[in-house]
Write a protein that binds this ligand. Structure first.
Ligand code: PGA
Length: 248
């Protein structure tokens, strides 16, 4: 019932030229994909990548969006600007944005609502730090992020949540399939409780954090995991295509 979604997060990698080469290599490899395939690229790569993926299965995503429609926000990009280039998805609240760029649950909430209002599909990232996990605070942190980051969302089938334990991102230390499944089950249960009558049952929840060509199959076999948000392994066409074909 929930269509799996595998999304690449290129982060600050690939010039437009490199990005085009990557999606050109990827296109033939994912043509028979049964899941949704998305690449979230640096903003400046968007026009070139849009052209390069034309006529393929691959959908275009951005890595952030501002909450205002327009105005004096130097360095920011609006939903309307993304939509003009065929962007369908946008990552919001990635832990790197929270850690290095002052993103908070409040700004995540504003960006999420703005993206939804504009018709973009937000991929909203939540997840605990290593210290929080070791102190038994995982559920408490997720609960806070769900309460504060999603206020006012009317229909959860229109967004994607990415559960990304911070200790697993870029570290090679993947959460076990069980840990990922348990946390995602908790998220779904909490959303249903906190936001009754909001289509929470149809919301898709990805796992992210050192997901790769080797472990994707096991993670994706978990009943609660509806997809993956892939950093490092999305930068190689073959690896990303292997993840996309987790069902083979
Ligand atoms: P990683 O990144 O796959 O390189 O761990 C995931 C992410 O940050 O979205």
């Amino acid at each position: 019932m929930r269509k799996p979604i595998i999304a690449g997060n290129w982060k600050m990698n690939n010039t437009a030229e490199e990005g085009v080469a990557l999606v050109k290599a990827l296109k033939p490899l994912v043509e028979d994909a049964k899941c949704e395939v998305v690449v979230c690229v640096p903003a400046i790569d968007i026009p070139a990548v849009k052209k390069a993926i034309h006529g393929s299965k691959i959908k275009l995503g951005a890595q952030n969006v501002h909450f205002a429609e327009k105005g004096a926000y130097t360095g920011e990009i609006s939903a309307k600007m993304l939509l003009e280039y065929g962007v369908k998805y946008v990552i919001i609240g990635h832990s790197e944005r929270r850690q290095y760029f002052g993103e908070t649950d409040e700004t995540v909430n504003k960006r999420t609502l703005a993206a939804l209002n504009a018709g973009l599909t937000p991929i909203v990232c939540i997840g605990e730090s290593l210290e929080e996990r070791e102190n038994g605070l995982t559920e408490k942190v997720l609960d806070r992020q769900l309460r504060e980051g999603f206020q006012g969302v009317g229909d959860f089938s229109k967004l994607v949540i990415a559960y990304e334990p911070i200790w697993a991102i870029g570290t090679g230390r993947t959460a076990t399939a069980q840990q990922a499944n348990d946390a995602i089950a908790y998220i779904r249960k909490r959303v249903k409780r906190l936001y009754a009558h909001s289509n929470a049952g149809r919301m898709r929840i990805q796992y992210g954090g050192s997901m790769n060509a080797k472990n994707a199959k096991e993670l994706m076999a978990q009943p609660e995991i509806d997809g993956g948000l892939i950093g490092g392994a999305s930068l190689k066409a073959e690896d990303f295509a292997t993840i996309v074909h987790f069902d083979k």
